[in-house]
Design a protein around this ligand. Structure first.
Ligand SMILES: NC(=O)c1ccc[n+]([C@@H]2O[C@H](COP(=O)([O-])OP(=O)(O)OC[C@H]3O[C@@H](n4cnc5c(N)ncnc54)[C@H](OP(=O)(O)O)[C@@H]3O)[C@@H](O)[C@H]2O)c1
Length: 304
């Protein structure tokens, strides 16, 4: 495996989509406790264009956080060659970007892929799913709450709506445009709004902010306001930021929800890895009802 050349999406300078290069690089070597995954698909997250464009992270870098693919070689007893898996690699910290034909990751980051969906769908789950789950935990969302998701049809928001509903809570959603109101309702939002001024004052025990302006007047006394964005937090004592953490264990939990039909994954568009620049352009144009996926294999058969 070590002499094999693989495709990898790399940058060696920061800038627009034009700095993305699909290169042929040496296949990664497997370390102790690691698993080598042959990538089938990944999805785009805002962190990918930010890492590309902003002056952050070491260069050169292979980009990508999401991974769905098949185990090629394993040094972890939990995973065997041929297993379908998903993972999230915190690319900037791990230096293990997932946009490559072969990716070596510690076994703890992996989970069995959901068996009811294709790799292209499974690839939309890791980063967005873990972020939504962990942010709702931080917001202490529970059955008695009325919860507002700001950015309710986004990559994280769309999963957060569904996960918040599972707690038994009443979930409302704020979206960026009126044409997204129905999509929010289809995800389980009870009251969908595109105009923040229509939201009730002091009514939500938990607010999860995933995009757009902060809306704090809606927070009930004693409520929790959790943001995942880079925007400065509002200056209220109830506000905090949630930062996603890698977890194979929580990914397995999310995959289980997908297989039980409790978590719907949404793909807006799929591009072969050679078209990764185009994928970035489309992603950054915004307004999507689902995630932008890049594929590494033309064949995306459903699980056997
Ligand atoms: N802290 C962490 O660990 C962490 C993890 C994941 C993501 N993030 C960050 O969280 C943010 C969301 O990530 P994502 O993957 O969900 O991105 P996304 O798919 O682009 O979703 C953001 C959503 O916010 C919506 N939005 C924009 N302006 C709005 C407004 N005025 N009112 C209501 N909704 C509005 C967007 O709608 P349009 O598309 O129509 O504009 C979109 O649906 C990004 O900034 C990302 O970098 C942080």
């Amino acid at each position: 495996m070590s002499s094999e050349k693989v495709r990898a999406v790399q940058i060696d300078r920061h800038g627009g989509p034009e700095v993305l290069e699909v290169r042929h690089v040496a296949a990664p070597r497997l370390g102790p406790g690691e698993v080598l995954v042959r990538t089938a698909a990944s999805s785009l997250n805002p962190v990918d264009w930010k890492t590309r464009e902003w002056q952050i992270g070491d260069l050169p870098a292979t980009l990508g956080w999401d991974l769905a693919g098949t185990v090629a070689v394993s040094d972890d007893v939990r995973f065997r060659p041929g297993d379908r898996v998903i993972a999230m690699s915190a690319q900037m910290a791990t230096k293990r970007g997932t946009w490559a034909d072969l990716v070596a990751l510690p076994g703890d980051l992996l989970a069995p892929a959901p068996i009811s969906v294709r790799f292209t769908e499974a690839a939309t789950l890791p980063l967005a799913g873990l972020t939504a789950l962990q942010a709702l935990e931080k917001a202490q969302a529970n059955a008695d709450d009325r919860i507002l998701i700001i950015g309710a049809v986004g990559g994280v928001g769309g999963l957060a709506v569904q996960l918040a509903r599972r707690t038994g809570a009443r979930v409302d959603g704020l979206v960026s445009r009126p044409e997204h109101l129905n999509a929010a309702r289809e995800l389980g939002v009870e009251t969908a709004a595109s105009d923040p001024s229509t939201l009730p004052d002091a009514s939500y025990q938990a607010v999860l902010h995933t995009g757009g302006p902060h809306v704090t007047r809606v927070l009930a006394p004693g409520g929790r306001y959790v943001s995942i964005t880079d925007d400065p937090l509002p200056s209220i004592p109830e506000a905090s930021t949630s930062y996603v953490e890698q977890s194979g264990e929580q990914l397995a939990e999310l995959a289980g929800l997908v297989d039980r039909g409790d978590l719907r994954l949404r793909v807006a568009a799929t591009y072969p890895v050679e078209d990764v620049r185009k994928a970035h352009e489309i992603f950054e144009s915004g307004g999507h009802l689902g995630k932008i996926v890049i594929t590494f294999t033309p064949d995306d058969r459903p699980p056997a």
